[in-house]
Ligand binder design. Sequence first.
Ligand code: CMC
Length: 436
Amino acid sequence: MEKEKNTLTITDNRTNQSYTVPIDKGAIRAMDLRKIKTGPDDFGLMSYDPAFMNTASCQSSITYIDGDRGILRYRGYPIEVLAEHCTFLEVAYLLQFGNLPAEKELKTWVNEITHHTMLHEIIKDFMEGFRRVSHPMSMLVSGVAALSAIYPDAKNVLDPESRLHQIKRLIAKMPSISAMAYRHTLGFPYVYPDNDLSYTENFMNMLWKMVEPKYRAAPELARALDVLFILHADHEQNCGTNTMRCVGSAHTDPFLATAAAAAALAGPRHGGANEEVLKMLDEIGSKQNVPAYIKRIKEGHSKLMGFGHRIYKSYDPRARIIKWTAEQVFQVTKRNPRIDVALELERIALEDDYFVQHKLYPNVDFYSGIICQAMGFKPEMFTVLFAIPRTAGWLAHWDEMMRDPEQKIARPRQVWTGEPERRFVPITERAAPALV
Ligand code: CMC
């Protein structure tokens, strides 16, 4: 009886036929629609969903988001709790293995990641090929893809042990490549990893060490960066993660799949938004100019960067934690004057009918750039700072997909809107096509 209740009955008005399909976990299977046909020659019904607005492409137990209530949980733990009590590597372990590590497991995990931070020397030569003005995201994406050539064993994607080995390599080497890309833009010598330091301290060491024998980051700033990494570690099926799963579904090695996911992240609608927020705050300049800027947004001149989200239709919980972290950072660094413009922008936008009606709230990118800039990062590095921790999420999803017996190579369908079969015309007989 209960089983029959969990079904959907669809009547096809073209044929007057009814079909009953099961509902499982709030979803019907798209393939069940295929049996809805007008006749034996009909291919069967498809669902049309540009931009995947309402299509689940997998079952996952990694990250849960309730966008209406502003909830984000990794493996069941609220993001606020993880940001308060954990380190980034602890969270990376949680994403990968499903549970928080006990002390011994964490020690082993941290030790293993720490011992994979070195890069093959050839990566240095590879970096040298880039112009100094290159965007660090372009260098990061290329650098990660280049690792595929260094580790051919990574092609062994069906072997869970090999997968875990590559996961450790990737989590470990992302900060090293990122720091190398950054130093390249400045023309500074590359800094080798320091195994005495934590994940984020070591990243800061590789970025900023000059001639001092030992680099020591301010603990408050290292912690703030760690929190930022925790907040960015995963966000279920976003554009970058979907790319990771899609490319990975072809059994491409994880270095290439991660490069593809990072390339998706680089876009200004995705991880590139934090850089755009800073440009926007600079353009606004001061608090007095905020109302005029909001007016321009409402007139459709541009979007308010760092606002809006496909999933969150109430406050993004990460933005709240970042706003708090910003104040901690400013206790050590100088207060970034852009924060006052941002706070005013948020205040006015949240009272404005347009933003209320469209359910537009600050997202994770709204405040993150301001903190990163105060910490000394150049805006071009902001998306890199997003890509490093997100690698842990991408890899957890990749491994989950590889273990899922239902998954096959990703291959969406299309709704055909082109010409029917056409007669070939030799070039001498063709009329010039109309210019569009
Ligand atoms: N400023 C002004 N209007 C907006 C904004 C914004 N930031 N975002 C959405 N809208 C409007 C949009 O014009 C549309 O209005 P209408 O229905 O009247 O045509 C409506 O709200 C729905 O927007 P949409 O573009 O259909 O929503 P989406 O889910 O496709 O896009 C988004 C989500 C994040 C791409 C979009 O909100 C946006 O471009 N925001 C600015 C860029 C940004 O901050 N991106 C970072 C996202 S968080 C980090 C990440 O996940 O990578």
